[in-house]
Design a protein around this ligand. Structure first.
Ligand SMILES: [Zn+2]
Length: 394
């Protein structure tokens, strides 16, 4: 039963020194000692010890699109290119990319993923249970007449994923869905975890506020005909959130242009909300970042995601923290580590096992070699998994 004595220990909530942790051979936490002397058999580790990291937003099925889409072209161009080129590779190439992407996440200390699926491409990989997943089966469609067909297709995909891990049917984004589809998903998702891409760029808000802008062109391109838009005069978040009356637990992803007014509006709905940051993807697509200082100061529960390899060069939560720390240096390091661990585990409903170093939990024990408190995300840091996380569903 090894005792580990790291320079720094992050337990999922705060950063500590002078701490020794005892785990069993499976990596289940047995004890945390905060008073010296520590056992002489303890293994001294020069760096940071922490629980495995949680990736709250990924699209594993897009892994074969790494490098396929040019950077900084904006969300409208990004979505058009994804639609045109996501089916260009064969099944073997797609499966190989999925396998490699999952391995990359594991080697970067990730132990659980909230993963968006439109299709069944990732099902075989997920059957291996090498990572813990919550599957978000994504549905979209702008025409009310097609909503029930779209929903039924998603339902059959959801049934297949539900056999292997918790799964929910979720809406893609406010600009790509009809009111009928919102109603179907809202009714189905009572007491289930849900997620939606939220306020990723100004054009999204403009569509709802005024019925104009780049997203109108996107919609016409998708439908191949003009569509009558009924602007609400409100931001996208303030337009759709009241329609999700049955959904109590919701991960809002991106929040790039969410304002103080939007945050206050959302908080007044009394939903259990998590605000997911995917900074590398925001920089890749729009070359901008959400106002993380505002989200933090507004007491939003923050979590972190990588998004897909179509909009990111790596799948690493540690790498996302690096960007957040560089751009928002005044937010304490403890808080950022919490977003990547205990907050993420709570958001995905996996906090009974994952996200924190507490007695009886098996969160995966990750060691950051060469961790330096002055430059925590220095390039010389190396991520090692000393003990794998428990399998929540197998
Ligand atoms: Zn996404």
């Amino acid at each position: 039963m090894p005792y580990l004595i790291p320079t720094y220990l992050f337990d999922g909530f705060s950063l500590k020194t002078n701490t020794c942790i005892q785990v069993d051979d499976e990596g289940i936490v047995l004890d945390i000692l905060t008073k010296e002397p520590f056992p002489s058999s303890g293994i001294v580790l020069n760096g940071l010890l922490m629980p495995g990291m949680i990736n709250c937003h990924c699209h594993l099925e897009l892994s074969h699109m790494k490098g396929a889409i040019p950077k900084h072209t904006g969300l409208v161009n990004f979505l058009m290119t994804i639609n045109q080129s996501r089916n260009l590779q064969n099944n073997l190439e797609i499966a190989t990319a999925i396998d490699q992407a999952e391995k990359e996440m594991i080697s970067n200390g990730i132990v659980a993923v909230g993963d968006i699926s439109n299709k069944l491409d990732t099902l075989e990989q997920k059957k291996k249970h090498d990572l813990n997943y919550h599957n978000f089966i994504e549905t979209f469609g702008l025409e009310d007449e097609q909503a029930s067909h779209r929903f039924e297709t998603s339902m059959s995909i959801c049934k297949a994923f539900q056999e292997i891990a918790p799964s929910s049917i979720v809406l893609h984004a406010p600009y790509s869905i009809s009111n009928t589809l919102i109603q179907l998903v809202n009714d189905f998702n009572q007491n289930k975890l849900s997620t939606i891409h939220n306020q990723e760029c100004d054009a999204e808000n403009e569509l709802f506020q005024k019925g104009t802008g780049d997203f109108l062109q996107l919609i016409q391109w998708i439908l191949k005909s003009p569509k009558e838009i009924h602007p609400t005069g409100k931001s996208s978040l303030q337009s759709y959130l009241p329609m999700l009356s049955q959904i109590n637990k919701l991960i809002l992803v991106h929040n790039t242009v969410s304002t103080k007014d939007d945050i206050e509006f959302a908080q007044q709905t009394n939903k259990e909300l998590y605000w997911c940051l995917c900074p590398h993807a925001n920089l890749y697509i729009e070359n901008t970042l959400p106002d993380v200082n505002l989200l933090y100061a507004s007491n939003c529960k923050l979590v972190v995601g990588t998004d897909s390899l179509a909009s990111n060069d790596h799948l690493s939560i540690w790498g996302e923290l690096f960007v957040l720390h560089a751009h928002f240096p005044t937010i304490p390091l403890d808080e950022k580590l919490k977003w990547a661990t205990s907050n993420g585990a709570e958001a995905l409903g996996m906090n009974s096992t994952l996200g924190s170093l507490e007695n009886g939990k098996q969160p995966g024990i990750v060691f950051i070699e060469n961790f330096n408190i002055e430059h925590p995300f220095d390039e010389s840091t190396k991520i090692q998994t000393l003990f794998k996380a428990g399998k929540i569903y197998s």
